[in-house]
Design a protein around this ligand. Sequence first.
Ligand SMILES: CC(C)(COP(=O)(O)OP(=O)(O)OC[C@H]1O[C@@H](n2cnc3c(N)ncnc32)[C@H](O)[C@@H]1OP(=O)(O)O)[C@@H](O)C(=O)NCCC(=O)NCCS
Length: 350
Amino acid sequence: MGFEVIGTGHFVPGEPVTNAALARVMDTSDDWIFQRSGIRQRHFAGEGQGASDLAFEAAKRALEMAKLQPKDLDYILFATMTPDYVFPGSAAVLAAKLGLEGTPALDIRQQCAAMIFALQLVDGLIKGGAAKTILFVGAEAHAGFMPWEDWDIVEGKREGEPSPEARARANEHRALAVLFGDGAGAMIFRATDRDAGLVAAKVHTDGRYAETLYVPGGGFRTRPYWKATHFDEQAHIPRMDGRELFKFAVTKLPQTARKLCEETQTPIESIDWFLAHQANARINKYVREHLGVPPEKMPMNIDRFGNTSAGTLPILIDECTRDGKLQKGELNMMLALGAGIHWGCALVRW
Ligand SMILES: CC(C)(COP(=O)(O)OP(=O)(O)OC[C@H]1O[C@@H](n2cnc3c(N)ncnc32)[C@H](O)[C@@H]1OP(=O)(O)O)[C@@H](O)C(=O)NCCC(=O)NCCS
């Protein structure tokens, strides 16, 4: 018993925000951002728009493709690092928005690597008989941790300059802020007797590196967990050691991919598509070249969306499904690494 993907969908909020728009509130430029990351634009969730709202739109599109109703789902997996509430997780909120009462909805928190962990969960739930039709959604509303105050200037609703203090505060986080964007991707998996589903996966976690990308404020190790001083310290904004993460990604991802291929005796040339998380186009180029994969086998969309964390892989997969790239029977590899640090690769027969 394996699984097949019977529906995909994605949703991004609002109008695209270009690199030039970010340069209105921080000292940055289209050249710097594009050369270092491959990003040209991203989208941001509006005030009051949570990850569950983006997820709901993506899920509706996936259900439509699968020709299913929400009641046909018997399990929901929701991945986000930017939930609507500290708790409960957004899986419950999404299930309610879908009109479900009682369908299990599990939150997973593996950030950008969520999809790889989710594939193992989908495989286990289906093989264990707990579910036949599973919705996986990855969605992020990173807008809430962006370091500028003047959204109306960023969004072009008002001319003018931020105050020098506001610009200086935003500049402290500019390396992080230019990378992330908001959006949601959804996939519906169904049990099948066809030779399809998870061939093998290798997933890893190294929590010694948890502070290479983490949010210092709002955690339950302080009393209270949110202090008035946190805002002054900008403790709601993630701290990122970009260089360390870059090094980790370009070392661990090719290593893990090679091991997975060795263990499953899969020649790299026999893999049809390399579906990689989009954190930085330079990371993916390095991984691809290291594995000897031609560019046409690794679809990229970071230029249009930035890094949408848990949303990235399902958004990419939806695009590649709708434009006819992904076909039944193909062997695809997924690769991702995210805060934790969690990382992994999976081979999936489509
Ligand atoms: C973040 C990242 C793009 C930064 O690139 P980098 O080449 O390491 O750049 P550095 O941080 O060394 O900064 C180089 C210079 O650019 C400046 N800079 C940083 N952000 C900038 C921005 N947005 N615009 C313009 N200049 C910027 C720095 O201040 C520094 O200036 P200095 O040399 O005068 O001190 C890169 O490290 C990266 O992508 N890392 C991986 C991050 C990641 O994948 N995160 C998600 C994991 S899921």
